[in-house]
Design a protein around this ligand. Structure first.
Ligand SMILES: [Zn+2]
Length: 540
Protein backbone atom coordinates (compact mmCIF):
# COMPACT_ATOMS: atom_id res chain seq x y z
CA UNK A 1 0.00 0.00 0.00
CA UNK A 2 1.06 3.60 -0.57
CA UNK A 3 0.92 6.52 1.82
CA UNK A 4 -2.08 8.77 1.23
CA UNK A 5 -2.05 12.51 0.77
CA UNK A 6 1.45 12.88 -0.72
CA UNK A 7 -0.09 14.19 -3.91
CA UNK A 8 -2.00 16.78 -1.89
CA UNK A 9 1.27 18.16 -0.53
CA UNK A 10 0.01 17.76 2.94
CA UNK A 11 0.12 14.78 5.11
CA UNK A 12 -3.20 14.68 6.76
CA UNK A 13 -3.74 12.62 9.80
CA UNK A 14 -6.36 9.94 9.76
CA UNK A 15 -9.06 10.41 12.37
CA UNK A 16 -8.73 7.49 14.73
CA UNK A 17 -11.91 5.61 15.41
CA UNK A 18 -12.42 5.19 19.09
CA UNK A 19 -15.78 3.50 18.99
CA UNK A 20 -16.01 0.24 17.14
CA UNK A 21 -19.02 -1.53 15.77
CA UNK A 22 -20.18 -5.11 15.81
CA UNK A 23 -19.16 -5.27 12.13
CA UNK A 24 -15.63 -4.08 13.04
CA UNK A 25 -15.34 -6.99 15.45
CA UNK A 26 -16.71 -9.52 12.96
CA UNK A 27 -14.15 -8.24 10.50
CA UNK A 28 -11.20 -7.69 12.81
CA UNK A 29 -11.38 -10.33 15.50
CA UNK A 30 -10.43 -14.00 15.47
CA UNK A 31 -14.00 -15.00 16.24
CA UNK A 32 -14.94 -18.40 17.62
CA UNK A 33 -16.34 -19.28 14.19
CA UNK A 34 -12.91 -18.63 12.67
CA UNK A 35 -10.60 -19.99 15.36
CA UNK A 36 -11.51 -23.71 15.23
CA UNK A 37 -10.37 -24.34 11.66
CA UNK A 38 -7.09 -23.93 9.80
CA UNK A 39 -7.46 -22.72 6.23
CA UNK A 40 -5.33 -24.81 3.85
CA UNK A 41 -6.46 -24.11 0.30
CA UNK A 42 -8.71 -21.89 -1.82
CA UNK A 43 -9.99 -22.35 -5.35
CA UNK A 44 -11.58 -19.12 -6.48
CA UNK A 45 -13.59 -19.30 -9.70
CA UNK A 46 -15.04 -16.02 -10.93
CA UNK A 47 -16.60 -14.62 -14.05
CA UNK A 48 -16.79 -10.82 -14.26
CA UNK A 49 -19.49 -9.34 -16.49
CA UNK A 50 -18.54 -5.85 -17.66
CA UNK A 51 -22.00 -5.23 -19.11
CA UNK A 52 -23.47 -4.78 -15.62
CA UNK A 53 -20.30 -4.68 -13.47
CA UNK A 54 -21.24 -7.94 -11.79
CA UNK A 55 -19.41 -11.04 -10.63
CA UNK A 56 -20.54 -14.66 -10.50
CA UNK A 57 -18.48 -17.39 -8.99
CA UNK A 58 -17.55 -19.59 -6.09
CA UNK A 59 -14.82 -20.23 -3.56
CA UNK A 60 -13.85 -23.73 -2.56
CA UNK A 61 -12.46 -23.53 0.97
CA UNK A 62 -10.40 -26.46 2.25
CA UNK A 63 -9.48 -26.59 5.91
CA UNK A 64 -8.30 -28.70 8.80
CA UNK A 65 -10.38 -29.04 11.94
CA UNK A 66 -8.40 -27.81 14.94
CA UNK A 67 -11.19 -28.41 17.45
CA UNK A 68 -14.82 -29.55 17.11
CA UNK A 69 -17.36 -26.90 16.12
CA UNK A 70 -20.39 -26.80 13.80
CA UNK A 71 -20.59 -23.15 12.70
CA UNK A 72 -18.08 -21.65 10.28
CA UNK A 73 -17.69 -17.94 9.43
CA UNK A 74 -17.09 -16.94 5.82
CA UNK A 75 -17.01 -13.28 4.82
CA UNK A 76 -18.59 -11.60 1.80
CA UNK A 77 -19.36 -7.92 1.69
CA UNK A 78 -22.63 -6.34 0.68
CA UNK A 79 -24.07 -5.97 -1.83
CA UNK A 80 -22.71 -9.35 -2.95
CA UNK A 81 -24.99 -12.29 -2.21
CA UNK A 82 -24.33 -15.92 -1.31
CA UNK A 83 -26.37 -18.20 -3.55
CA UNK A 84 -25.66 -21.44 -1.75
CA UNK A 85 -23.09 -23.22 0.38
CA UNK A 86 -22.31 -26.89 -0.17
CA UNK A 87 -20.35 -29.53 1.78
CA UNK A 88 -19.96 -33.04 0.41
CA UNK A 89 -22.66 -32.33 -2.18
CA UNK A 90 -25.23 -31.24 0.39
CA UNK A 91 -26.55 -27.67 0.74
CA UNK A 92 -26.05 -26.01 4.11
CA UNK A 93 -28.05 -23.48 6.11
CA UNK A 94 -26.52 -20.07 6.79
CA UNK A 95 -27.29 -16.73 8.38
CA UNK A 96 -26.02 -13.35 7.22
CA UNK A 97 -24.75 -10.79 9.75
CA UNK A 98 -23.71 -7.81 7.68
CA UNK A 99 -20.55 -8.81 5.78
CA UNK A 100 -20.22 -12.15 7.60
CA UNK A 101 -22.00 -15.45 6.95
CA UNK A 102 -22.41 -18.06 9.67
CA UNK A 103 -22.83 -21.45 8.06
CA UNK A 104 -24.12 -24.43 10.01
CA UNK A 105 -22.33 -27.67 9.13
CA UNK A 106 -24.33 -30.90 9.18
CA UNK A 107 -21.37 -33.23 9.25
CA UNK A 108 -19.62 -33.65 12.60
CA UNK A 109 -16.35 -31.75 12.52
CA UNK A 110 -13.70 -33.98 14.12
CA UNK A 111 -10.32 -32.66 15.22
CA UNK A 112 -7.64 -33.39 12.65
CA UNK A 113 -10.06 -34.03 9.78
CA UNK A 114 -9.61 -32.30 6.45
CA UNK A 115 -12.85 -30.87 5.13
CA UNK A 116 -14.08 -28.40 2.55
CA UNK A 117 -17.06 -26.23 1.73
CA UNK A 118 -17.92 -24.38 -1.47
CA UNK A 119 -19.57 -20.96 -1.36
CA UNK A 120 -21.39 -19.81 -4.49
CA UNK A 121 -21.96 -16.07 -4.90
CA UNK A 122 -22.93 -13.29 -7.26
CA UNK A 123 -23.82 -9.64 -7.47
CA UNK A 124 -22.40 -6.22 -8.22
CA UNK A 125 -19.39 -5.63 -5.96
CA UNK A 126 -18.55 -2.30 -4.40
CA UNK A 127 -16.95 -0.01 -6.94
CA UNK A 128 -13.49 1.17 -6.01
CA UNK A 129 -13.77 4.80 -4.90
CA UNK A 130 -10.12 5.83 -4.73
CA UNK A 131 -8.04 2.70 -5.42
CA UNK A 132 -5.85 1.38 -4.00
CA UNK A 133 -6.56 3.31 -0.80
CA UNK A 134 -10.33 2.90 -0.97
CA UNK A 135 -10.62 -0.17 -3.09
CA UNK A 136 -13.02 -2.63 -4.56
CA UNK A 137 -13.45 -3.49 -8.23
CA UNK A 138 -12.68 -1.08 -11.08
CA UNK A 139 -14.31 -1.32 -14.49
CA UNK A 140 -12.60 0.95 -17.03
CA UNK A 141 -13.73 0.95 -20.68
CA UNK A 142 -10.60 0.89 -22.88
CA UNK A 143 -12.23 2.76 -25.76
CA UNK A 144 -11.88 -0.29 -27.97
CA UNK A 145 -15.15 -1.90 -26.93
CA UNK A 146 -13.67 -3.74 -23.98
CA UNK A 147 -13.43 -3.10 -20.28
CA UNK A 148 -10.29 -3.24 -18.17
CA UNK A 149 -11.09 -4.80 -14.80
CA UNK A 150 -8.90 -4.69 -11.68
CA UNK A 151 -9.20 -5.30 -7.96
CA UNK A 152 -7.54 -3.72 -4.92
CA UNK A 153 -8.77 -4.19 -1.38
CA UNK A 154 -6.23 -3.81 1.47
CA UNK A 155 -7.90 -2.76 4.70
CA UNK A 156 -11.36 -2.90 3.17
CA UNK A 157 -10.85 -6.64 2.73
CA UNK A 158 -10.86 -9.18 -0.06
CA UNK A 159 -14.41 -10.18 0.91
CA UNK A 160 -15.38 -7.08 -1.04
CA UNK A 161 -15.13 -9.21 -4.22
CA UNK A 162 -14.92 -12.92 -3.22
CA UNK A 163 -16.05 -15.13 -0.30
CA UNK A 164 -13.15 -15.94 2.04
CA UNK A 165 -11.87 -16.08 5.63
CA UNK A 166 -11.27 -12.34 5.71
CA UNK A 167 -8.77 -12.11 8.53
CA UNK A 168 -5.02 -11.87 7.98
CA UNK A 169 -3.90 -14.34 10.66
CA UNK A 170 -4.76 -17.44 8.58
CA UNK A 171 -3.46 -17.95 5.02
CA UNK A 172 -4.04 -20.87 2.64
CA UNK A 173 -0.91 -22.96 1.93
CA UNK A 174 -1.67 -22.65 -1.80
CA UNK A 175 -4.42 -21.39 -4.09
CA UNK A 176 -5.96 -21.70 -7.55
CA UNK A 177 -7.50 -18.62 -9.19
CA UNK A 178 -9.69 -19.21 -12.25
CA UNK A 179 -11.00 -16.13 -14.04
CA UNK A 180 -13.26 -16.30 -17.10
CA UNK A 181 -13.04 -13.33 -19.48
CA UNK A 182 -14.03 -12.40 -23.05
CA UNK A 183 -11.89 -14.31 -25.58
CA UNK A 184 -9.97 -11.19 -26.73
CA UNK A 185 -8.94 -10.26 -23.18
CA UNK A 186 -6.50 -11.79 -20.69
CA UNK A 187 -6.65 -12.23 -16.93
CA UNK A 188 -3.41 -11.85 -15.01
CA UNK A 189 -3.57 -13.11 -11.44
CA UNK A 190 -1.08 -14.40 -8.85
CA UNK A 191 1.36 -17.27 -9.26
CA UNK A 192 1.96 -19.34 -12.38
CA UNK A 193 -0.42 -19.70 -15.34
CA UNK A 194 -1.42 -23.38 -15.34
CA UNK A 195 -3.74 -23.33 -18.33
CA UNK A 196 -6.04 -21.26 -20.54
CA UNK A 197 -9.31 -22.93 -21.45
CA UNK A 198 -11.27 -21.87 -24.53
CA UNK A 199 -14.99 -22.00 -23.67
CA UNK A 200 -17.88 -22.35 -26.11
CA UNK A 201 -19.33 -18.92 -25.26
CA UNK A 202 -16.54 -16.70 -26.68
CA UNK A 203 -14.77 -16.65 -23.34
CA UNK A 204 -11.54 -18.03 -21.95
CA UNK A 205 -10.74 -19.24 -18.44
CA UNK A 206 -7.28 -18.39 -17.08
CA UNK A 207 -6.16 -20.80 -14.34
CA UNK A 208 -3.42 -19.37 -12.09
CA UNK A 209 -1.81 -21.47 -9.35
CA UNK A 210 -0.06 -20.04 -6.30
CA UNK A 211 2.30 -22.56 -4.70
CA UNK A 212 2.93 -20.47 -1.60
CA UNK A 213 0.87 -19.07 1.29
CA UNK A 214 -0.80 -15.86 0.17
CA UNK A 215 -2.51 -13.09 2.13
CA UNK A 216 -6.09 -12.26 1.27
CA UNK A 217 -5.62 -8.77 -0.05
CA UNK A 218 -2.78 -10.01 -2.26
CA UNK A 219 -5.18 -12.08 -4.38
CA UNK A 220 -6.11 -10.11 -7.49
CA UNK A 221 -7.54 -10.20 -10.98
CA UNK A 222 -6.41 -7.89 -13.75
CA UNK A 223 -8.28 -8.12 -17.03
CA UNK A 224 -7.11 -6.30 -20.18
CA UNK A 225 -5.82 -6.85 -23.74
CA UNK A 226 -2.32 -7.18 -22.30
CA UNK A 227 0.93 -7.42 -24.25
CA UNK A 228 3.66 -9.26 -22.40
CA UNK A 229 7.31 -10.27 -22.35
CA UNK A 230 9.47 -12.36 -20.03
CA UNK A 231 13.01 -12.67 -18.74
CA UNK A 232 14.90 -14.81 -16.26
CA UNK A 233 16.64 -13.23 -13.28
CA UNK A 234 19.70 -15.11 -12.01
CA UNK A 235 19.17 -14.74 -8.29
CA UNK A 236 20.27 -16.13 -4.93
CA UNK A 237 18.00 -19.18 -5.36
CA UNK A 238 18.74 -19.72 -9.06
CA UNK A 239 16.55 -18.80 -12.03
CA UNK A 240 13.61 -16.57 -11.21
CA UNK A 241 10.97 -16.26 -13.95
CA UNK A 242 10.02 -12.59 -14.44
CA UNK A 243 7.04 -11.48 -16.58
CA UNK A 244 5.61 -8.13 -17.57
CA UNK A 245 2.03 -7.33 -18.66
CA UNK A 246 1.24 -3.89 -20.11
CA UNK A 247 -1.30 -2.22 -22.37
CA UNK A 248 -0.29 -2.33 -26.07
CA UNK A 249 0.04 1.45 -26.29
CA UNK A 250 2.62 1.45 -23.47
CA UNK A 251 4.78 -1.47 -24.60
CA UNK A 252 7.81 0.51 -25.82
CA UNK A 253 8.10 2.82 -22.80
CA UNK A 254 7.43 -0.10 -20.45
CA UNK A 255 10.37 -2.02 -21.91
CA UNK A 256 12.60 0.91 -20.95
CA UNK A 257 11.13 1.68 -17.51
CA UNK A 258 10.92 -1.95 -16.36
CA UNK A 259 14.68 -2.35 -16.74
CA UNK A 260 14.61 -1.28 -13.10
CA UNK A 261 13.10 -4.66 -12.10
CA UNK A 262 16.31 -6.74 -12.20
CA UNK A 263 18.08 -3.81 -10.47
CA UNK A 264 15.44 -3.94 -7.73
CA UNK A 265 15.78 -7.71 -7.35
CA UNK A 266 19.57 -7.39 -7.00
CA UNK A 267 19.37 -4.69 -4.35
CA UNK A 268 16.60 -6.33 -2.33
CA UNK A 269 18.12 -9.82 -2.43
CA UNK A 270 21.26 -8.18 -1.06
CA UNK A 271 19.45 -6.53 1.83
CA UNK A 272 16.61 -8.98 2.54
CA UNK A 273 17.67 -12.38 1.15
CA UNK A 274 16.21 -14.40 -1.71
CA UNK A 275 13.00 -13.23 -3.38
CA UNK A 276 10.43 -15.18 -1.30
CA UNK A 277 8.42 -16.76 -4.14
CA UNK A 278 10.74 -18.33 -6.73
CA UNK A 279 8.15 -21.06 -7.35
CA UNK A 280 5.53 -18.45 -8.35
CA UNK A 281 7.80 -16.04 -10.19
CA UNK A 282 7.77 -12.23 -10.15
CA UNK A 283 5.29 -10.23 -12.26
CA UNK A 284 4.64 -6.56 -12.94
CA UNK A 285 1.13 -5.86 -14.25
CA UNK A 286 -0.19 -2.54 -15.52
CA UNK A 287 -3.44 -1.34 -13.88
CA UNK A 288 -5.61 1.80 -13.84
CA UNK A 289 -4.56 2.78 -10.28
CA UNK A 290 -1.19 3.69 -8.79
CA UNK A 291 -0.01 0.27 -7.64
CA UNK A 292 -0.26 -2.51 -5.07
CA UNK A 293 1.83 -5.30 -3.61
CA UNK A 294 -0.22 -8.22 -4.94
CA UNK A 295 1.99 -11.26 -4.31
CA UNK A 296 3.80 -12.51 -7.43
CA UNK A 297 1.56 -10.11 -9.38
CA UNK A 298 2.73 -6.64 -8.35
CA UNK A 299 0.55 -4.00 -9.99
CA UNK A 300 1.79 -0.80 -11.61
CA UNK A 301 0.18 2.51 -12.57
CA UNK A 302 2.94 5.08 -12.11
CA UNK A 303 2.81 6.30 -15.69
CA UNK A 304 6.27 4.99 -16.65
CA UNK A 305 7.95 7.88 -14.84
CA UNK A 306 10.54 7.91 -12.06
CA UNK A 307 9.62 9.23 -8.66
CA UNK A 308 6.10 9.10 -7.23
CA UNK A 309 4.11 10.09 -10.31
CA UNK A 310 7.16 12.17 -11.26
CA UNK A 311 7.69 13.66 -7.81
CA UNK A 312 10.41 13.14 -5.18
CA UNK A 313 8.89 12.71 -1.75
CA UNK A 314 12.19 13.29 0.00
CA UNK A 315 12.86 16.61 -1.69
CA UNK A 316 16.51 15.61 -2.09
CA UNK A 317 16.46 14.62 -5.74
CA UNK A 318 17.33 10.97 -5.00
CA UNK A 319 13.67 9.97 -5.22
CA UNK A 320 13.73 10.94 -8.91
CA UNK A 321 16.44 8.40 -9.69
CA UNK A 322 14.07 5.41 -9.60
CA UNK A 323 10.45 4.42 -10.12
CA UNK A 324 8.66 4.66 -6.76
CA UNK A 325 6.03 2.04 -7.57
CA UNK A 326 8.45 -0.59 -8.89
CA UNK A 327 10.63 -0.21 -5.80
CA UNK A 328 8.03 0.26 -3.05
CA UNK A 329 5.49 -2.31 -4.20
CA UNK A 330 8.18 -4.87 -4.94
CA UNK A 331 9.76 -4.29 -1.52
CA UNK A 332 6.47 -5.58 -0.13
CA UNK A 333 7.20 -9.04 -1.53
CA UNK A 334 9.52 -9.36 1.47
CA UNK A 335 7.66 -7.24 4.05
CA UNK A 336 3.91 -7.84 3.58
CA UNK A 337 3.83 -10.97 1.41
CA UNK A 338 6.66 -13.02 2.95
CA UNK A 339 6.26 -11.60 6.48
CA UNK A 340 2.62 -10.67 6.97
CA UNK A 341 0.88 -8.98 9.88
CA UNK A 342 -1.83 -10.96 11.67
CA UNK A 343 -3.70 -7.81 12.62
CA UNK A 344 -3.79 -4.58 10.64
CA UNK A 345 -2.95 -2.75 13.88
CA UNK A 346 0.60 -3.98 13.09
CA UNK A 347 0.61 -2.69 9.52
CA UNK A 348 3.97 -1.05 10.30
CA UNK A 349 5.53 -4.49 9.77
CA UNK A 350 4.59 -4.00 6.11
CA UNK A 351 4.96 -0.28 5.63
CA UNK A 352 7.84 0.76 7.87
CA UNK A 353 10.18 -1.85 6.39
CA UNK A 354 8.97 -1.26 2.84
CA UNK A 355 9.27 2.49 3.17
CA UNK A 356 12.73 1.78 4.57
CA UNK A 357 13.54 -0.36 1.51
CA UNK A 358 13.34 2.81 -0.61
CA UNK A 359 16.44 4.29 1.01
CA UNK A 360 18.21 0.91 1.01
CA UNK A 361 17.65 0.80 -2.75
CA UNK A 362 19.00 4.36 -3.01
CA UNK A 363 22.04 3.38 -0.92
CA UNK A 364 22.70 0.26 -3.02
CA UNK A 365 23.02 2.26 -6.26
CA UNK A 366 23.97 5.77 -5.10
CA UNK A 367 25.89 5.26 -1.87
CA UNK A 368 25.31 5.36 1.88
CA UNK A 369 25.01 9.14 2.17
CA UNK A 370 22.43 9.26 -0.64
CA UNK A 371 20.33 6.66 1.19
CA UNK A 372 20.59 8.68 4.40
CA UNK A 373 19.68 11.90 2.57
CA UNK A 374 16.55 10.21 1.26
CA UNK A 375 15.22 8.86 4.55
CA UNK A 376 16.07 12.06 6.43
CA UNK A 377 14.45 14.13 3.68
CA UNK A 378 11.14 12.34 4.20
CA UNK A 379 10.96 13.51 7.83
CA UNK A 380 9.08 16.58 6.70
CA UNK A 381 5.98 14.50 5.96
CA UNK A 382 5.85 12.90 9.43
CA UNK A 383 2.72 14.02 11.27
CA UNK A 384 3.21 12.59 14.79
CA UNK A 385 -0.55 12.72 15.05
CA UNK A 386 -1.46 9.34 16.59
CA UNK A 387 0.54 6.19 17.40
CA UNK A 388 1.72 3.99 14.54
CA UNK A 389 0.29 0.87 16.13
CA UNK A 390 -3.49 0.73 15.69
CA UNK A 391 -6.25 -0.99 17.65
CA UNK A 392 -6.23 -4.81 17.70
CA UNK A 393 -9.20 -6.98 16.87
CA UNK A 394 -11.33 -4.36 15.05
CA UNK A 395 -9.57 -3.96 11.70
CA UNK A 396 -8.13 -0.57 12.68
CA UNK A 397 -4.74 0.53 11.41
CA UNK A 398 -2.67 3.21 13.11
CA UNK A 399 -1.10 6.44 11.88
CA UNK A 400 0.13 6.89 8.31
CA UNK A 401 3.40 7.69 10.05
CA UNK A 402 3.98 3.93 9.73
CA UNK A 403 5.65 4.90 6.44
CA UNK A 404 8.11 7.77 6.97
CA UNK A 405 8.37 7.73 10.73
CA UNK A 406 8.64 3.94 10.53
CA UNK A 407 11.45 4.27 8.00
CA UNK A 408 13.23 6.82 10.17
CA UNK A 409 12.76 4.59 13.22
CA UNK A 410 14.51 1.72 11.40
CA UNK A 411 17.25 4.06 10.15
CA UNK A 412 17.78 5.23 13.74
CA UNK A 413 17.91 1.64 15.03
CA UNK A 414 20.56 0.87 12.39
CA UNK A 415 22.72 3.58 13.99
CA UNK A 416 22.24 2.01 17.41
CA UNK A 417 23.31 -1.39 16.03
CA UNK A 418 26.32 0.51 14.65
CA UNK A 419 27.46 -2.36 12.39
CA UNK A 420 26.10 -2.39 8.84
CA UNK A 421 26.78 -6.05 8.11
CA UNK A 422 25.10 -7.06 11.35
CA UNK A 423 22.14 -4.86 10.44
CA UNK A 424 21.92 -6.43 6.98
CA UNK A 425 21.95 -9.88 8.59
CA UNK A 426 19.09 -8.80 10.89
CA UNK A 427 16.99 -7.78 7.85
CA UNK A 428 17.86 -11.05 6.06
CA UNK A 429 17.31 -13.01 9.27
CA UNK A 430 13.78 -11.64 9.66
CA UNK A 431 12.88 -13.01 6.21
CA UNK A 432 14.29 -16.41 7.09
CA UNK A 433 12.90 -16.65 10.66
CA UNK A 434 9.38 -15.55 9.64
CA UNK A 435 9.45 -17.07 6.12
CA UNK A 436 5.90 -17.29 4.73
CA UNK A 437 4.38 -16.56 8.14
CA UNK A 438 1.81 -14.24 9.66
CA UNK A 439 3.20 -12.44 12.69
CA UNK A 440 2.47 -10.12 15.58
CA UNK A 441 4.46 -6.90 15.60
CA UNK A 442 5.86 -7.91 18.97
CA UNK A 443 7.61 -10.90 17.36
CA UNK A 444 9.45 -8.56 14.98
CA UNK A 445 10.39 -6.21 17.81
CA UNK A 446 11.69 -9.11 19.89
CA UNK A 447 13.72 -10.52 17.00
CA UNK A 448 15.40 -7.18 16.25
CA UNK A 449 16.08 -6.56 19.93
CA UNK A 450 17.58 -10.03 20.33
CA UNK A 451 19.91 -9.65 17.34
CA UNK A 452 20.76 -5.98 17.82
CA UNK A 453 22.90 -6.97 20.77
CA UNK A 454 21.00 -4.71 23.19
CA UNK A 455 17.40 -4.46 24.38
CA UNK A 456 15.75 -1.80 22.23
CA UNK A 457 12.18 -2.49 23.32
CA UNK A 458 11.92 1.05 24.68
CA UNK A 459 12.92 2.42 21.30
CA UNK A 460 10.04 0.53 19.72
CA UNK A 461 7.67 1.73 22.47
CA UNK A 462 8.70 5.31 21.76
CA UNK A 463 8.37 5.36 18.00
CA UNK A 464 5.50 2.87 17.57
CA UNK A 465 3.28 3.60 20.53
CA UNK A 466 3.95 7.29 21.30
CA UNK A 467 3.80 10.47 19.22
CA UNK A 468 6.57 12.37 21.01
CA UNK A 469 10.02 12.69 19.43
CA UNK A 470 12.86 12.13 21.91
CA UNK A 471 14.65 15.32 22.94
CA UNK A 472 18.28 15.12 24.04
CA UNK A 473 18.59 17.83 26.63
CA UNK A 474 22.11 19.00 27.38
CA UNK A 475 23.99 21.72 29.23
CA UNK A 476 27.63 22.61 29.86
CA UNK A 477 28.88 23.00 33.42
CA UNK A 478 32.32 22.81 35.03
CA UNK A 479 34.09 21.46 31.98
CA UNK A 480 31.49 18.76 31.41
CA UNK A 481 28.41 18.26 29.32
CA UNK A 482 25.33 17.04 31.19
CA UNK A 483 22.67 15.28 29.17
CA UNK A 484 19.45 13.31 29.47
CA UNK A 485 16.46 12.18 27.44
CA UNK A 486 13.26 14.20 27.74
CA UNK A 487 9.84 13.87 26.05
CA UNK A 488 10.16 10.08 26.17
CA UNK A 489 8.48 6.95 27.49
CA UNK A 490 9.57 5.69 30.92
CA UNK A 491 12.84 3.83 30.79
CA UNK A 492 13.85 5.21 27.38
CA UNK A 493 17.60 4.57 27.12
CA UNK A 494 18.60 4.75 23.49
CA UNK A 495 22.34 5.28 22.85
CA UNK A 496 23.02 8.23 20.55
CA UNK A 497 26.02 9.41 18.53
CA UNK A 498 27.10 13.01 19.13
CA UNK A 499 29.91 15.42 18.32
CA UNK A 500 30.92 17.61 21.23
CA UNK A 501 32.65 20.77 20.05
CA UNK A 502 35.00 19.82 17.25
CA UNK A 503 35.72 16.44 18.80
CA UNK A 504 35.28 13.02 17.20
CA UNK A 505 31.83 11.44 16.95
CA UNK A 506 31.16 9.41 20.06
CA UNK A 507 28.31 7.40 21.52
CA UNK A 508 26.74 8.55 24.77
CA UNK A 509 24.19 6.47 26.70
CA UNK A 510 21.54 8.85 28.04
CA UNK A 511 18.59 7.88 30.20
CA UNK A 512 15.93 10.15 31.70
CA UNK A 513 18.34 10.99 34.55
CA UNK A 514 21.09 13.54 34.07
CA UNK A 515 24.52 12.09 33.21
CA UNK A 516 27.70 13.86 32.23
CA UNK A 517 30.76 13.53 30.03
CA UNK A 518 34.02 15.50 29.89
CA UNK A 519 33.72 18.54 27.60
CA UNK A 520 36.48 20.99 28.24
CA UNK A 521 36.51 24.37 26.47
CA UNK A 522 33.36 23.91 24.39
CA UNK A 523 29.67 24.69 24.62
CA UNK A 524 28.44 23.07 21.43
CA UNK A 525 27.08 19.61 20.74
CA UNK A 526 25.61 18.11 17.59
CA UNK A 527 23.59 14.91 17.32
CA UNK A 528 24.34 12.65 14.33
CA UNK A 529 21.75 13.50 11.63
CA UNK A 530 20.83 9.86 11.19
CA UNK A 531 19.05 9.71 14.54
CA UNK A 532 15.42 10.79 14.39
CA UNK A 533 15.59 12.82 17.60
CA UNK A 534 15.75 16.46 18.59
CA UNK A 535 18.23 18.21 20.88
CA UNK A 536 17.79 21.16 23.18
CA UNK A 537 20.21 23.23 25.24
CA UNK A 538 18.74 23.21 28.71
CA UNK A 539 18.41 26.50 30.53
CA UNK A 540 20.96 26.49 33.39
ZN1 LIG B 1 3.33 0.04 0.97
Amino acid sequence: MLAVGLLLNSFYSVAQNTTFTHADTLRGAITAERAWWDLTYYHLQVKPNAADSSLTGSTLVQYKVLKPSQVIQIDLQEPLQVQKVVQDGRELKYKRDGNAFFITLNKEQKTGNKESIEVFYSGRPRLAKRPPWDGGVQWVPNGKGNTIISTSCQGLGSSVWWPCKDHMYDEPDSMMISVTVPANMKDISNGVLRSVIDNDDQTKTFNWFVKNPINNYGVNMNVANYESWDEVYKGEKGDLPVSYYVLPENLEKAKVQFKQVPMMLKAFEHWFGPYPFYEDGYKLVEVPYLGMEHQSSVTYGNGYKDGYLGRDLSGTGWGLKWDFIIIHESGHEWFANNITYKDVADMWVHESFTNYSENLYTEFYFGKEAGADYVIGTRKVIANDIPIVGTYGVNQEGSKDMYYKGGNMLHTIRQVVNNDEKWRQILRGLNKEFYHQTVDGSQIEAYVSKHAGRDISKVFDQYLRDVRIPVLEYQFKNGAMQYRWANVVDGFDMPVKVQIGSGKDQFIYPSTDWKSVKAKGTTTMKVDRNFYVESKLAKS
